[in-house]
Design a protein around this ligand. Sequence first.
Ligand SMILES: Nc1ncnc2c1ncn2[C@@H]1O[C@H](COP(=O)(O)OP(=O)(O)OP(=O)(O)O)[C@@H](O)[C@H]1O
Ligand SMILES: [Mg+2]
Length: 485
Amino acid sequence: MSLLEHFRSSSRMAPVPTAPVAVPPPSTNESVAAIAAGPAAQDASPRGRSIVRNEALVELKARVHEELIHELDPDQLQGDLSYTSPARRAVEQAAEERLALADSTLGRQERLRLASEIADEVLGLGPLEPLLRDATITEVMVNSWDRVYFERGGMIYRADTSFRDDSHILNIIDKILRPVSRRLDDSSPMVDARLPDGSRVNAVIPPLAVHGPSLTIRKFSRDLLTANDLVRLGTLGRSTLDFLSACVRSRANVLVSGGTGTGKTTLLNLLSAFIPRAERIVTIEDPAELQVNQDDWVSLETRPPNIEGKGQIVQRDLVKNALRMRPDRIIVGECRGGEAFDMLQAMNTGHDGSLTTIHANSPRDALSRIENMVLMAVELPISAIREQIASGINVIVHISRLQDGSRRVTHVTEIVGVQGGVVSMHDIFEFQGRGVDAQGQIVGQLQPTGLRPHVLDRLSQYGEHVPIEWFLPLVGSATDGVRAS
Ligand SMILES: Nc1ncnc2c1ncn2[C@@H]1O[C@H](COP(=O)(O)OP(=O)(O)OP(=O)(O)O)[C@@H](O)[C@H]1O
Ligand SMILES: [Mg+2]
């Protein structure tokens, strides 16, 4: 049953508007001009006329779309969406012919635009396609059928596009979920999935999503940000990066913390690239996103429960299993629950060099979240948990998205032990902002705090000789960056 059929048959849901499935039978002789001039055109102002005309075009598009779906060979409907693909050209041509037949008043440009939109609808994810094609857009968010947003360069913008109604979004969600056998219905109204290109999708439907079905797509980036990109973008400085890479090579346990969408996974991915090539890596994710550039790499992904509510595999199960896979390194994409306990145990029992991320507002907050996650999994005295944290985790890298949209590492913090029952930690590098420039960009940089990291002893055991000057406080501005002697 499609998502839309499910909702139609669900007595708990308000009736869903029917387009595009129940559009009127194909009729190609009612022109947009005629519809626009019909009884609906009560408002004679230019704005009113434009709204009516837009509605008429939307209806025409839905009608042609419906005709094509019925007439084209189903194999043709699974096409390549790139502008030059034969499948797309075939659908566009068929759509153009129908549009010309339906309305001779349509200008050529308008017809081409509509045909392109129809091809997006027939072959892909409809109004989302132009946003998905735009390489500068990193995230697409549908809050409701008429409110679509996207993220570009760390800033959120409202898109000049919309769906026809709730049922249109449901159709698109259905199109995403069907090939990956994931479901979304009353009994499981939230779902995570992936598009064929690896983009991460989350969908939520009413009654949980109060304003109608909602969809978020984190676009998969083929061109992963490299270490040089991150330095160029000002996310972190060269010496901080070199210090972190030495930590990874020396098998320090590193935790990346930060808020939603701040760049945790990107940073984790980048750090994993510093793992020596001879080492065997097992990654555990929900859902899988990491692109580890290593031959000896096993990627494990969680599984949701089946239709009877059985068969669920959570990250915790996978961490336990990973320990039996002779890993040199375990990487958990994001610690969200009980797996935090198993990770800590692993870190404390010889599986050092582990990497993970955690959703937190500061390095200190990251620690209290880990404590809570461990407490959810096992009954342990808090003092024991803190001991495990202090002896397990070496370094926390905290990343934030600042007001100007830039992603910056704001703290590199080292855990040094437990004092007076509290995990003690100190910042090794800290972001110092110095105001905003004429373009509204935040000026500042990650600066050493002047403390000598305890982890340097580990680094030197592994032959990583890091210049002590990297940790001396800078004097002067970021541009001259003179180190104090
Ligand atoms: N340092 C950076 N500078 C600019 N853009 C970045 C940076 N790091 C990540 N991005 C972009 O930000 C988006 C979010 O990145 P990422 O998935 O790594 O964040 P996250 O913190 O793991 O998100 P989530 O909380 O959803 O798991 C991606 O589109 C990515 O390309
Ligand atoms: Mg992430």
